[in-house]
Design a protein around this ligand. Sequence first.
Ligand code: ADP
Ligand code: MG
Length: 364
Amino acid sequence: MSGKALAIEAKDVTKVFGGGSDAVRALDEVSVNIQENEFFTLLGPSGCGKTTLLRLIAGFDQPTSGSILLHGQDISRLPPYQRSVNTVFQSYALFPHMTVAQNISFGLEMLGKPKAEAAETVSAMLKLVRMEQLRDRRTDQISGGQQQRVALARALAPRPKVLLLDEPLSALDYKLRKDMQIELKRLQHETGITFIFVTHDQEEALTMSDRIAVMSQGKILQIGSPREIYDHPAERFVADFIGDTNFLLAQLLSSEGGRAQLKLSSGSEISADLPEGFSPGGSVTAVIRPEHASVAPGGSGGEISGTLENIVYMGTDTHYHVRLPDGGAFVVRSQNLRDESESFTRGQEVAVVFKTDALQVLRD
Ligand code: ADP
Ligand code: MG
């Protein structure tokens, strides 16, 4: 992380709304460093404080305590127009009676840019978002996806240092959302502007981001690359919120250097990753991703066994739903390869086999 310049630093930022017994702690001592030229995502369920943090960075609201720095300068008390930060809202907030070009030009003129310079920027932005053909169309006469592009062009036009995007794709249908995800990545790459993107959609976060901050109840639980977050969730909430996860109860037999020896409720003994702070003898929850396990015919060993309750064909994958003897459910996801000859039938006994090192103990 060293050597890269920081775009945004949030230091111990707390935001409390209201007072007395009605007080809501929307952000609770949040600290995060976001690098220049980074596609950074705030991910978490509704109400966890994502919009509040964006609004503080934008300057629409002020922290109760803590500070926010832009390129090393404390901007906590600066009004929005004195920050080189722009926001794309979920509702595009375009002027419906103006043309596409006028919508982009308007903000530039408000900033006092000379007409010729503004016109040049408008053309460059229309090219960037591939909307040159529609420059003279009124924005109430273009589609939702096209309005989204105009909103992006307008926000990028003044060349802010940081662009904030608050769930900008949630109003679009699935196909368009997928296209715009790629489009946003391209825009970030081509402009070199730091993007801070907010979503509650874990798949969107994983596919788009350089790094993700996972939030819950006003706190950041983990910051990392999509791969770090997915493969090494720091705690149970993160594992549960991102991707699908199987939870297994186990006894902690012994531990050494970040590895644990576990006894699963099925009786099998197996090793797993172990965070600090656990002592032998206690019961723990171990997690494993569905794609890190496989099913085998019953009686062929494996870490656990159970009854195959359901087989769901998903095109690229097949999901096997296994019912464990203790009543728990376990899902195995297996990629459908062309030469697959293995076949299972519902109701049969199966063994579940884990890939080495796939199991992790997590903090609650
Ligand atoms: P998210 O964007 O992650 O869904 P928000 O940042 O909008 O979450 O909200 C975080 C918490 O702060 C929620 O409990 C919300 O109800 C509360 N909150 C947000 N804005 C206000 C406000 N202006 N007044 C009171 N409570 C607020
Ligand atoms: Mg929000």
